[in-house]
Design a protein around this ligand. Structure first.
Ligand code: URA
Length: 239
């Protein structure tokens, strides 16, 4: 038995709070009867509908993919490009949690659990996203400080980040930088470097929280187990 608002949120149509509002607004039915108070528990085979539409109650699945370059982080693409979803043969309708650019590689989670996806993408959570960027040129100590303290991108200040210079190659005038952020704004890492006048030549997400790419070659994926999924919930909730 699970709480009704949790089941609605897990179906992906609303956050848990929004689900509570829907219940209070008498928009939710269980087996054809309106439920208007919070705290009601439902069974696996109860039919739940919101605004007259039955919700999807299929088993939840979670994947970690090592995204290759040249694949779009989307469920479909109008230009016919390969999508991350097409790399995983799964009959359930899964979708990516957050986004990696077409030319960015590395760790990407895919799931059919809407509540989990919302939680992972919520800006208040402090889940580490570890990126390795190959950039043109080198970073001055003052530029490292700027990145660490936050820079303006699209008129918004980024939160604090952790930055480490991993390697400097004078012969090719490039550097390898590790940058750890919690947010997931559009093209965030590239724009952060751009804001200090540096171009990102290559970008890889090496880790999401404790999920690294060990054992996963480019294009390979694995299922996350229950323990890993609950650990992510715990990390996203504690701040
Ligand atoms: N930041 C970017 O600029 N691109 C990505 O794909 C991910 C983070």
């Amino acid at each position: 038995m699970e709480r009704l608002q949790k089941v609605i949120a897990a179906s992906g149509i609303a956050s848990r709070r929004k689900a509570e509002e829907l219940i209070l607004a008498k928009k939710v039915m269980v087996n054809g009867k309106v439920v208007s108070e919070l705290g009601v528990k439902v069974k696996d085979n109860d039919i739940i509908s919101v605004d007259g539409q039955p919700i999807n109650r299929e088993e939840k699945v979670y994947y970690l993919l090592n995204k290759p370059r040249g694949v779009i982080t989307s469920t479909s693409d109008e230009h016919g490009r390969k999508t991350v979803v097409s790399l995983i043969p799964e009959s359930k309708r899964i979708y990516p949690v957050g986004r990696l650019d077409y030319d960015t590689t590395g760790a990407l989670i895919l799931t059919n659990d809407g509540e989990f996806a919302n939680m992972m993408m919520h800006p208040s959570n402090e889940i580490d996203k570890v990126y390795i960027a190959k950039i043109k040129g080198m970073l001055l100590p003052s530029e490292i400080m700027q990145l660490k303290n936050g820079v303006m991108i699209d008129g918004i200040m980024t939160s604090k980040s952790r930055v480490k210079v991993k390697k400097v190659d004078k012969s090719t005038n490039t550097s390898i930088i590790e940058i750890i952020i919690h947010e997931g704004k559009n093209h965030q890492v590239k724009k952060m470097f751009e804001s200090i006048g540096k171009e990102v030549l290559k970008l890889k997400r090496e880790r999401i929280a404790f999920l690294d790419l060990k054992g996963l070659n480019s294009g390979e994926y694995r299922k996350l187990n229950h323990k890993e999924v609950s650990k992510l919930y715990v990390l996203a909730r504690e701040k």
